[in-house]
Design a protein around this ligand. Structure first.
Ligand SMILES: Cc1ncc(COP(=O)(O)O)c(C=O)c1O
Length: 391
């Protein structure tokens, strides 16, 4: 009998993460309200959540979740194609399509699941994907699973994208997909949606945009930068970020929706979203057009924080949204700042490779409309104190 430990590879790989200061672990954090939570015996001001409008704690969402659960049950009991399409799923899809001015919308159980399963359904081994260098892991997983050829263009460099499109035109790919985010999750900068639409049209490519971090916060009535554009072939929005709940959707043509209902395994072979989730999302979508003040304030606060961090001479990339990275580069130094902040009552999780590229470790500040100016001031003051202590 062979006596070697069959899980030795796990020891080795975890040790590797430990050595490079990249080991991840779970830490408890129980929310108190929209911006505070408790970890151990410490109350922390949270700058790491994606609850951009504070909706996760909104009474209207909580009440709707309770009402829907009372009326329809705790779970949806089956996949959408069996008995899991309740009237509430259908109505939410209608509500989304109308609010976005699109022909159709289709629900997915999460943004990760949507990207990881829609992309393989659209692609085959003879397809080409041109993806921005910084696209989210869920998009990469979907592309890799498809077996299609993936070429990455330099981040937001549309000249590079165009050059690749021109080169691809002389080859016989079954189809070409352009994949980008509208607001990039770790950098908070934006892609040029108009230019992407133009390039896709000129080169007859399919345009697939992930609107996860814009939906709820940007665009007319908070309906995102791509989800509501009829000239974007497919846009993914999530309910787990600004909407404050859970789940995701795609906006697209009726034809694409029909196709996905037939060919997308991550839609077909999974239990439908539970009623409480649908109720909370419906309540959030109803509120969304009325939250212009929150969106405006959030954008102003983000402008302020950028200016202050730049005054401290920190690199914040090209952020132009409520997501602001403080890029320190070195993973150990980033952890040090994160710990320093936590000891002083601020939660700002260190984001390290492989989530970001090597040498690009950072704190990612995700602002909420519920953060007060005083809380932001405290954040900047505390970072400033760390800055002085390390000089
Ligand atoms: C760009 C992007 N797409 C998709 C997702 C996944 O969304 P969800 O949290 O709904 O699975 C995320 C979340 O991290 C994201 O940042």
């Amino acid at each position: 009998m062979i006596e070697t430990d069959k899980f030795q590879f796990i020891d080795q790989l975890l040790e590797q993460r430990q050595q490079t200061h990249q080991l991840r672990s779970l830490h408890l954090f129980d929310p108190e309200d929209a911006v505070y939570g408790v970890r151990g015996d410490r109350r922390l001001l949270n700058f790491s959540a994606n609850d951009y409008l504070g909706l996760s704690k909104h009474p209207a969402l909580i009440e709707a979740a309770q009402t829907y659960a009372q009326r329809y049950g705790a779970g949806s009991t089956a996949s959408r194609l069996v008995t899991g399409t309740y009237s509430i799923h259908h109505q939410l899809e209608e509500q989304l399509a109308i609010a976005c001015g699109r022909e159709a919308a289709l629900l997915f159980n999460s943004g990760f699941q949507a990207n990881a399963t829609i992309l393989p359904a659209l692609l085959d081994r003879s397809a080409l994907v041109l993806g921005d260098r910084l696209i989210h892991n869920s998009l990469i997983q979907g592309i890799l699973a498809s077996g299609a050829r993936l070429m990455r263009y330099r981040h937001n460099d549309l000249n590079h994208l165009e050059a690749l499109l021109i080169k691809a035109s002389s080859k016989s790919y079954s189809r070409i997909l352009i994949v980008s985010e509208t607001v990039f999750s770790m950098d908070g900068d934006r892609s040029d949606v108009d230019a992407l639409i133009q390039l896709a049209e000129t080169h007859n490519a399919i345009l697939y945009l992930d609107d996860a971090h814009a939906f709820g916060v940007m665009g007319k009535g908070g309906m995102g930068l791509a989800a509501c554009r009829t000239d974007v072939d497919m846009a993914i929005g999530t309910f787990g970020k600004a909407i404050g709940v859970f789940g995701a959707f795609i906006t697209c043509s009726q034809k694409v929706k029909d196709y996905l209902i037939n060919y997308c395994p991550g839609f077909i072979y999974t239990t439908a979203l539970p009623p409480a989730v649908i109720g909370a999302v419906v309540a959030a979508l109803t509120l969304l057009p009325k939250l212009e003040d929150r969106r405006h304030y959030l954008s102003q606060q983000a402008d302020n924080l950028r200016v202050q961090l730049q005054h401290l001479n920190y690199t914040i990339g090209n952020s132009s949204s409520h997501i602001i990275p403080l890029i320190l580069g070195d993973a150990e130094k980033t952890l040090d700042l994160s710990n320093w902040l936590e000891e002083r009552g601020i939660l700002a999780t260190a984001i390290r490779p492989p989530t970001v590229e090597a040498g690009m470790a950072r704190l990612r500040f995700a602002l909420s409309s519920q953060h007060t100016p005083e809380q932001l001031e405290y954040l900047v003051k505390t970072i400033g104190a760390w800055h002085e202590s390390t000089d």
